[in-house]
Each structure stands twice: as structure tokens, then as C-alpha cells.
Design a binder for this molecule. Structure first.
Ligand code: ATP
Ligand code: MG
Length: 614
């Protein structure tokens, strides 16, 4: 492609609305354009990057025996009602765009495709002979994200590869899961990225067992905890660890103490000269179940620990049936305004005890009349602890479960693991922290969807059984931007060779020089013919401007038809290292071909060269 014929517009300054380097650079270099909140146009350079990423994904998926298809984005609400996800995905903080058609039918725009694929499997899979089966697609997804941001990282419309597998049993599912683990590792490695596979929470998708593939970068929204021995890595949402030991309480008798102005753990510990590990902290949450019932939750946890809200949410979901519900639709710490909606009298905030009376809750059909009392493991073994006295300005000391307070019957593990904590597999290892961008997520779904939607098959014994399912997602557009987040410098993007929009750019420093033009055009043609995707900067611009633009858009190799042509050579500059060398014109193509093959391996590497590797 000739730059003179391209829609090629670069910006000198950082766009005001972009916060992180990759977002700024993709906008400045003319790869993307913002159309609305979380909505971007992929301009020609970006589209090539996305196609390259897609092609790597496709090759690795095909190599496992998965088959590509394309499922509808417009999905009937009925399917989502069958799985029980319509309300969670469309109400409150739900992320599904929904609409009503001219026949007054409800529809949603696909944020994910479990329902559609399960409906297909229900109709088409009859026998164990058809299993296992794995279908995938690469397609635009729609999600009405609460906080769309960072450009393609969290869009409301974005490209995902999603795959769904069907199995006769769990062993077969686990086999495909392992294949996907390898395929995803290959995808990220081939895309030139540094990443870490981590244990993950399964969230609203459900099921058991999941791994996230994190691209390591400071701007990552996720925190990963890992050990140096390489034996443990988990998303902080899921991570477990050993808490430090609690100190022995310095109180031996139960007493109520006057502790004015000590709403925080820090203040009360200072006043009583005690450690936060001797204290039971009581945190109030408010959750709304999908049947509209609000439940007030009181979590008792050791004073030095924090509640992991993802773990809490999972526990509350497990308890849904006790409230006549299937799942929760929101969870938060109620602010003053929210408290007003249900408190009968004002709460002794900062001084709440595990036994605070249910009389604080106003009688109301939509509000469960009793606190749901949960205790975290860290608080269970405490002796002679400090906690609130249910009266503003007072605490009690020397308290014990089974004496002054009843231990809540529901004991849970909902503490947040933290960097520095000891690892469970080996207490000599301590947890380290890193930031990551979630590029992929693989799940063992089990029979959750097949059971809800009646997708069964007949086994060898002639019995009808629910299908086992796996689901596997890669954020294609997120991965592409994450590559930039991991690889740039002050002058612009440094694309990994495998996913760069073009491999090379031929720059003509002086457009008035006929010989420069002739050699450039000859090289441009020859390189493209050899499968090296090459741009030609034939614009009527100063050389400095052209060099700056080439650096900004991040093309791996720049070929300059400058002074060296007098000696039958051109200058070739490697973008990543800035290493420059003069190469005999006739040897440029073979040299570049060799470099590119070295950088991305011996697989087919051109845009049009994608083939199945099986
Ligand atoms: P996140 O926790 O970041 O919201 P998720 O858990 O909702 O991600 P999945 O439903 O597992 O993501 O989707 C599979 C992949 O799709 C993710 O690993 C991610 O790479 C990508 N993805 C998810 N949401 C977005 C988005 N809003 N914009 C771009 N890519 C996304
Ligand atoms: Mg999400």
C-alpha cells in the first residue's frame, strides 16, 4: 500500500480523552477512531492487526480439531429465560443490550453465546457417537459495560473468539480444557506477548474450574498473585493464602469500654493498644436477589483482613434458594441514602457487633426481616476478642464466641489474599503481585446450561444424559491493544512482528529524487511479491516527518532509499532496537525474509497465507 493513497492521518499530540499509553498511541497513529462511549472504528491498519490476531487464533483452534462457525448476534430473550440468565444480564448492573422488535418480542444483543449454542446442541446432538464436539466463532460482541474505558480494552462493542465444547463426560471435557490451555498459551506466545495463566473466578457464567490468560502490563485492570516457584498463580478475586497468625489478646475478662471517636479499626486499636488481629470487624452489605428481595448481610471478619467481594458474591449466590431466588443481581456496601430505605432506627456505624438486633430492619415485603450473618474463617478461632458494643462510642473487649456472642452458623472463606501472604502449597513461599490484562478465559462449565435447557444425548447404554460443556473466550481486540501496552517507546508503537499490520515500510526521503523513487518502487514491488507485507511512504513530506510517522505506527522494519543508494545499498532500521545497517539492494528481500521468519517462526506468516495446520 502506498501512503499517498491511504487514509493516513497521525496526530502529534496525545488525545485528551485517552488515559493509558496504548489507547493514546492507537488514536494518535490512526489505528482507531472513537465513535461513541466504548464504540470504536477499526481503521485499515487496525483491521489488519485484528485479522492477524484472528488468524493466529483460528490456526491454533483448528489445530485442536475445533470447527469455525458464525452464530447470530441478535438473540431471542426466550433462550436466555430458559437458562435463567435474562434477568441477571438485563436488569440492574446487567450488561446485555436488549430491545423489542415490531412484533413486541424481546431480543438481546449477544454478550456471549452459551444459550444459542446449547439450543443448537439440544436439537442436533443425539448420540455419544457425535461427541466430543467443539464449535467456535470470531465475532463482534456487545456488552453495556458499566465503565467502558481504555479504548479497545473495555469496549461496548468488541471482537471475541468464543468456543463451546460438548462432551459425554467430565474426563473428555478436561481433555479439551487442557488442549485449550495449550492452544491459548500458543496464541499468546505466537502473538509475541509476555503472559501468565492464572486460576480464576468463574463469575456469572457459572461452572467449576477456570483459567485466565493475563497479559502482563502495569495498566492491567486485574491483580495477579503468584509465587516465585511457579507453582501458584491466581487472580486476586480467586486467590487463597494463609493469613498471618493472630496475636494473643491482652484482654482476659469481658468488659464494655468507652471508646469515643473510634469508628475505624486503626483508631480503636490505637486507643485500646491492641492488634487488629485481636478484633472482630463487622461489615454490612446489601444484596438484591433476582426475585426483588433485599437481604442485609453482616460479615464478621478478623480486623486486619478485607472482604473479597467476589468470594462474598459467590457465597450469596449459593444461598439464593434460601430466599426463594436463583441468583443475586447486586451487592454493595449501603451508603447513608441506601440505609435510609430499610433502617428502622439509625445504626451504630463503626460500633456494630456480630449480634446487632434485627429490629434495625424496617418491616417491608421487599426486605428480608433478618440479617444474614456470615463469619469468615479468620474470625472463628479468636479468643477474648475486641468488637463493637452496638452503641456509638463503645466497644467490648475479652469477648468469646459461645459466651457473649453466638458464632454465626455460616462459616465462609471470603477474605482477600494479599501480596506478602504465605502460600498454601508451601508456607515458605510468599505471594507476589503483578498487574495483568485478561486476554482469555477458559471454563469447565459442566452441565449447568445443558441441564437448564434440556440438552441431552444418549450414551452407549442407551440412557439419556445431559451434555458436559466447556467454553473458551479470547478478546481479539483487547489482545491487540494489550500488545501495544506491552510494547512501545516514547516515539510510538513497537508491534511484535507476528501481528504488525505490515512487516516493512519503504521510505523515500526525497520525493524529488528520481533514483530514490525508482529503487523504492522496485523494492516495494519485490518485497510484496515475496510475501513481505510492505508500505511505501511516497508522500510529499519532509524525511523527518516520514521517519516520525513510521516510528509512531510501529512497523518492524524501515527501509530508507537515502544516500546509501550511491553505493548500491539502502539503510534498514529495526523499529524495536533502532539498530540500523546498510544492506545491498539485491539482498534486502532475502535478508528481511530471514529476519521475519526468525521473529515469528516457520509457520505461514503473510496475511493471505493462513492455512489449517492439521
Ligand atoms: P472482564 O472481567 O475484563 O470484564 P470477562 O470476564 O467479562 O472480562 P469473558 O466473558 O470471559 O470476559 O470474555 C472473554 C474475553 O473477552 C475476555 O477474556 C476479554 O479478553 C474479552 N472481553 C471481555 N469483555 C470485554 C470488553 N468489554 N472489551 C473488550 N474485550 C472484552
Ligand atoms: Mg466483563
Amino acid at each position: 500500500m502506498r501512503l499517498s493513497q491511504m487514509l493516513f492521518v497521525t496526530l502529534r499530540d496525545d488525545p485528551a480523552d485517552a488515559e493509558i499509553p496504548s489507547h493514546k498511541l492507537l488514536l494518535r497513529a490512526g489505528y482507531i477512531r472513537r465513535i461513541g462511549s466504548g464504540i470504536y472504528a477499526y481503521l485499515p491498519l487496525m483491521w489488519r492487526v485484528l485479522q492477524k490476531v484472528s488468524q493466529i487464533v483460528r490456526e491454533e483452534m483448528n489445530a485442536t480439531g475445533a470447527q469455525e462457525c458464525l452464530l447470530p448476534q441478535l438473540q431471542p430473550a426466550d433462550l436466555w429465560k430458559e437458562s435463567g440468565r435474562w434477568d441477571t444480564y438485563t436488569k440492574a448492573e446487567g450488561i446485555m443490550f436488549s430491545l423489542i422488535d415490531r412484533r413486541e418480542q424481546q431480543l438481546g444483543l449477544g454478550p456471549t453465546h452459551e444459550e444459542v449454542i446449547t439450543a443448537i446442541a439440544r436439537d442436533m446432538i443425539r448420540s455419544y457417537r457425535q461427541l466430543p464436539l467443539h464449535l467456535y466463532q470470531i465475532q463482534t460482541k456487545f456488552r453495556d459495560e458499566i465503565r467502558p474505558r481504555f479504548g479497545l480494552m473495555r469496549g461496548r462493542e468488541f471482537i471475541m473468539k468464543d468456543g463451546y465444547s460438548f462432551h459425554a463426560d467430565e474426563a473428555s471435557l478436561k481433555e479439551t480444557y487442557q488442549d485449550m490451555y495449550k492452544a491459548y498459551s500458543n496464541i499468546l506466545r505466537r502473538s509475541g506477548l509476555a503472559f501468565r495463566a492464572v486460576e480464576a473466578d468463574s463469575g456469572a457464567i457459572g461452572g467449576s474450574g477456570s483459567t485466565e490468560f493475563m497479559i502482563l502490563a502495569e495498566a492491567g485492570e486485574d491483580e495477579v498473585l503468584y509465587t516465585d516457584d511457579g507453582k501458584y498463580a491466581a487472580n486476586v478475586e480467586k486467590a487463597v493464602s494463609l493469613p498471618i497468625d493472630a496475636e494473643t489478646s491482652r484482654f482476659t475478662t469481658y468488659e464494655k469500654r468507652d471508646t469515643p471517636g473510634t469508628e475505624t479499626i486503626e483508631k480503636v486499636c490505637q486507643l485500646l493498644n491492641s492488634s487488629p488481629t485481636q478484633l472482630v470487624k463487622n461489615v454490612l452489605y446489601q444484596t438484591v436477589y433476582d426475585n426483588g428481595i433485599t437481604v442485609l448481610v453482616l460479615v464478621s471478619i478478623r480486623g486486619d483482613q478485607e472482604v473479597n467481594e467476589v468470594k462474598l458474591q459467590n457465597e450469596l449466590t449459593k444461598l439464593a434458594s434460601e430466599y426463594g431466588a436463583k441468583t443475586i443481581i447486586s451487592l454493595n456496601v449501603p451508603n447513608v441514602e441506601a440505609q435510609q430505605a430499610w433502617t428502622a432506627k439509625s445504626l451504630p456505624l463503626g460500633y456494630i457487633a456480630p449480634d446487632i438486633t434485627d429490629e434495625y430492619i424496617t418491616a417491608n415485603k421487599q426486605i428480608h426481616p433478618k440479617f444474614l450473618r456470615l463469619v469468615d474463617q479468620t474470625a472463628v478461632d479468636l479468643k477474648n476478642f475486641v468488637t463493637g458494643a452496638n452503641e456509638t462510642g463503645y466497644h467490648v473487649v475479652g469477648a468469646n464466641w459461645g459466651e457473649q456472642f453466638t458464632l454465626p452458623s455460616t462459616v465462609v472463606d471470603i477474605r482477600k489474599a494479599r501480596p506478602g501472604d504465605r502460600a498454601i502449597h508451601n508456607p515458605e513461599q510468599s505471594l507476589q503481585s503483578a498487574r495483568g490484562i485478561e486476554a482469555g478465559h477458559i471454563f469447565q462449565l459442566g452441565t449447568k446450561y445443558s441441564q437448564a435447557m434440556g440438552a441431552t444425548y444418549t450414551n452407549e447404554q442407551g440412557e439419556e444424559k445431559p451434555l458436559f460443556m466447556g467454553c473458551f473466550g479470547v478478546g481479539v481486540s483487547r489482545l491487540a491493544q494489550a500488545a501495544v501496552e506491552q510494547s512501545y517507546d516514547k516515539d510510538g508503537i513497537i508491534w511484535p512482528v507476528a501481528i504488525a499490520p505490515y512487516h516493512a515500510i519503504v521510505t523515500i526521503p526525497n520525493i524529488k529524487d528520481a533514483q530514490q523513487i525508482e529503487i523504492a518502487q522496485k523494492l516495494y514491488t519485490e518485497l510484496n511479491q515475496a510475501g513481505i507485507e510492505t508500505l511505501l511512504d511516497d508522500r510529499d513530506e519532509r524525511a523527518g516527518v516520514k521517519f516520525k510517522d513510521a516510528d509512531l505506527i510501529g512497523i518492524p522494519y524501515r527501509i530508507v532509499t537515502g544516500r546509501a543508494i550511491a553505493n548500491g545499498k539502502v539503510e534498514v532500521v529495526e523499529r524495536a532496537t533502532r539498530k540500523s545497517q546498510e544492506i545491498v539492494i539485491d539482498e534486502v528481500t532475502t535478508t528481511l525474509k530471514q529476519w521475519i521468519t526468525e521473529a515469528i517462526g516457520h509457520r505461514a506468516w503473510g496475511m493471505g497465507h493462513g492455512e489449517e495446520t492439521r
